[in-house]
Design a protein around this ligand. Structure first.
Ligand code: ADP
Ligand code: MG
Length: 700
């Protein structure tokens, strides 16, 4: 009979109530199981022993055997410190404690062999080691400890309360003694064999007490694989269940709206990527399962037309469709872009935003409910309960990263059974991340820009070159082009940013005086109608320069704009810079992006700027972004739970993730309900895990 791993941690030898409380609050360790799954952050090599006379001033962490020959207290500014004289046959050094002195004083044995370990300082002509890790040499020999010593996650409170790394190691050791190191296997024989993984018990032993580095890496591989495997299994299963359970509206035919548009009004030849994605979407429409698809495509890759054509299929089948965008400006732009086409095709279309007048709003509500209105474009206003459709068949969310998960699910409820959902994003996230975060969505990718686009020339300029930059802008305006100048707006320092923006606007106005030059300004503090007015002046070409905050970041389309100047570019994140740059290069003219910064730049900022100058590939940029910021940050706090992995790392363990996903897919292909006896272990583990890590909550 093996020990129940759900046993509260209080019962483990060496833990006791106080420590148990601390382990719970500080590390979330409640049970034996939780403790086993506390994996070391890193390991240090303790095969090597130093002699005191071998120490170098730059030595990092060292291990020495010797004896304490004397103890004394030394008064200092605040309180006192405890200093021990420590010697081996080659020399003398000092050990120093600033805290916990009473306890140490009472427990230390003089003239007895100790193994000490820690960082050393050079102080007053002697080496000293503050707060050494120390252990009687005799115990050191006996302990299960191996050459690679694990360093566990800790917190300040834990170490202040004496729960040091050594204490954790020793309770871990007790746990292994008590359980005899025998743990239930959590992967099937088949998976173990085909993936050449070591057993669970071996993996756990070697992750905590590695015998050598080879076994350690095998243990790491096994545990990372397992972690990623079960996440993928969960995501894929969820997707499968979803497809089998949630019936979607079947859009049987491609009818007149689509065909007329395709034959008579399509303004350009679709790219192959656009065609492929449309095919994927049409396949979903015909499949009698509800579509839940993420469309990723770089800025300017032409997602809007794909969205529109998908909506035409919905209309062809007698359903209403809606398109939701995160900002008023973007909604208006979508509306204006589609209005003309809809008029030609005799489709009724309306726009609903926060600034829609009450009378108009009422009319829209009515026509939605009686079915006269076919297409609705708008902002969050679409989500209001008052907005009821007669028969919504397809809901599209543009720039979905701007919306929360809750909003996506609100759209689901806009019909008796959920409409097809297409979410679009121009902030591409690397495939590996998409797999683990959006594993429950099907993913389509537009990986090709429309033909004839010239790559945008991107340069980095320092503030003191501003005059040259202005001269360049003037030349472009003379050629008939338009220019964006964007200022950062970051919540915490809104006032400052606003001032920067206004100062910038003034200085630009001085250098580009009326009536020769016309300047638009758009920022978040303006009323929507004023914003729209200014925006429209720029769209129509009445103004030459658009001074703005990041409100223009998403989606705005002015093909004649050829220069994007980004002020204080070091303050923007990579994906934001890339988005902003995507506002230009939409016409046939050569476009430019100028990143302005001060001379003071951190390493991280330099990398971001360099990446922008060197690359125009959104996916490549996203990879760098992921490395710089880490996955949690990119997805926002909402989704970071998914990425809160115990041992694997989405960035570093990309290959294992892909492998684990493939393995999970293959398994489910053969045994979708995990009912084969050989998969019993996997089913059990899966059920067990679903109780704890419910990643479903985070992403559905
Ligand atoms: P995004 O994917 O960033 O939303 P848009 O849908 O706004 O991109 O498209 C950017 C521009 O490219 C628009 O002016 C659009 O009309 C144009 N466009 C889209 N597809 C094509 C194509 N296949 N050929 C030429 N131009 C296209
Ligand atoms: Mg767009």
């Amino acid at each position: 009979m093996s020990i129940n791993l759900q046993t509260p941690i209080d019962y483990l030898k060496g833990v006791g109530p106080n420590r148990a409380d601390l382990l719970r609050t500080e590390l979330g360790i409640h049970t034996y199981q939780d403790l086993i799954n506390l994996f070391p952050n890193r390991y240090i090599d303790r095969t090597q022993f130093y002699k005191i006379n071998q120490l170098q001033r730059h030595s990092a962490e060292v291990q020495i055997i010797g004896q304490i020959t004397a103890l004394r207290e030394v008064a200092q500014k605040r309180g006192k410190r405890l200093v021990a004289t420590f010697r081996d046959e080659s020399g003398i050094m000092e050990l120093v404690w600033f805290r916990g002195q009473k306890w140490i004083r009472e427990s230390l044995k003089l003239n007895t062999d100790y193994v000490i370990f820690g960082k050393i300082n050079w102080f007053n002509g002697l080496f000293s080691m503050p707060h050494p890790d120390l252990e009687l040499a005799e115990d050191h020999k006996k302990s299960l400890r191996s050459s690679m010593q694990p360093i566990y996650p800790s917190t300040e409170k834990l170490s202040n309360k004496g729960i040091t790394n050594k204490v954790i190691s020793s309770v871990m050791q007790n746990l292994f003694l008590e359980t005899k190191g025998e743990f239930v296997e959590t992967l099937s024989d088949n998976v173990l064999k085909t993936q050449r993984l070591i057993s669970k018990s071996d993996a756990l032993l070697n992750i905590h007490f590695p015998k050598n580095s080879e076994l350690l890496s095998k243990a790491e591989f096994r545990l990372k694989f397992e972690e990623l495997f079960y996440i993928q299994l969960q995501l894929i299963l969820k997707n499968l269940i979803h497809k089998s359970k949630i019936k979607g509206f079947v859009f049987e035919k491609v009818g007149d709206y689509f065909n007329t548009f395709f034959n008579d009004h399509l303004p350009f030849e679709l790219t192959n990527a656009q065609k492929r994605v449309l095919k994927e979407i049409r396949h979903d429409f015909g499949s009698n399962a509800q579509m839940n698809r993420l469309l990723q495509g770089d800025v300017g890759s032409g997602k809007t037309i794909v969205a529109f054509m998908s909506m035409l299929i919905g209309l062809d089948n007698g359903f209403q469709c809606c398109l939701m965008a995160p900002t008023e400006i973007l909604s208006v732009q979508h509306y204006n872009g589609l209005l003309e086409l809809c008029n030609k095709l005799n489709i009724s279309i309306e726009i609903l935003t926060g600034s829609t007048k009450t009378s108009k709003r009422k009319e829209i509500h009515e026509n939605l409910e009686n079915g006269q209105l076919q297409l609705l474009i708008g902002t969050h206003a679409l989500l209001e309960d008052k907005v009821k459709f007669k028969n919504l068949g397809l809901a599209i969310i543009d720039e979905q990263h701007r919306f929360g998960v809750a909003q996506r699910s609100k759209l689901w409820k806009k019909n008796t059974s959920p409409p097809h959902i297409l979410v679009m994003t121009a902030t591409p996230i690397p495939r590996t991340l998409a797999m683990s975060v959006y594993g429950d969505l099907d993913i389509s990718i537009i990986d090709e820009l429309p033909a004839g686009r010239q790559p945008i020339k991107t340069v980095h300029r320092y503030d003191n070159n501003r005059l040259k930059v202005f001269r360049f802008i003037r030349d472009e305006i003379t050629k008939g082009r338009q220019v964006y100048v964007v200022y950062p707006l970051i919540q915490e320092s809104e006032k400052m940013d606003y001032k920067d923006l206004m100062d910038g606007y003034e200085s630009i106005s001085r250098d580009f005086p009326t009536p020769e030059y016309q300047i638009s300004i758009v920022h978040g503090k303006m009323k929507p109608e004023d914003k729209d007015y200014e925006m429209q002046r720029f769209v129509k070409g009445e103004t030459n320069i658009m001074v703005a905050t990041t409100v223009i970041e998403v989606g705005v389309n002015v093909p004649n704009a050829s220069v994007m100047v980004i002020e204080s570019a070091e303050r923007f994140g990579l994906s934001q810079l890339h988005q902003l740059r995507g506002r230009v290069g939409r016409g046939s003219e050569q476009s430019y992006c100028i990143l302005m910064t001060s001379h003071k730049l951190g390493e991280n900022s330099k990398t971001r700027l360099q990446t922008m100058v060197n690359s125009s590939d959104g996916f490549e940029i996203a990879e760098v972004d992921l490395k710089l910021r880490g996955p949690g940050d990119i997805m926002g706090t909402q989704q970071s739970g998914v990425l809160n992995l115990k041992i694997a790392n989405i960035v570093k363990d990309k290959a294992i993730l892909q492998h684990a996903r493939y393995c999970a897919q293959q398994l489910l292909k053969k045994d979708p309900s995990l009912s084969h006896s050989e998969n019993r272990v996997i089913l059990n583990t899966y059920r067990q895990l679903s109780k704890y890590i419910n990643i479903w909550n985070y992403i559905s």
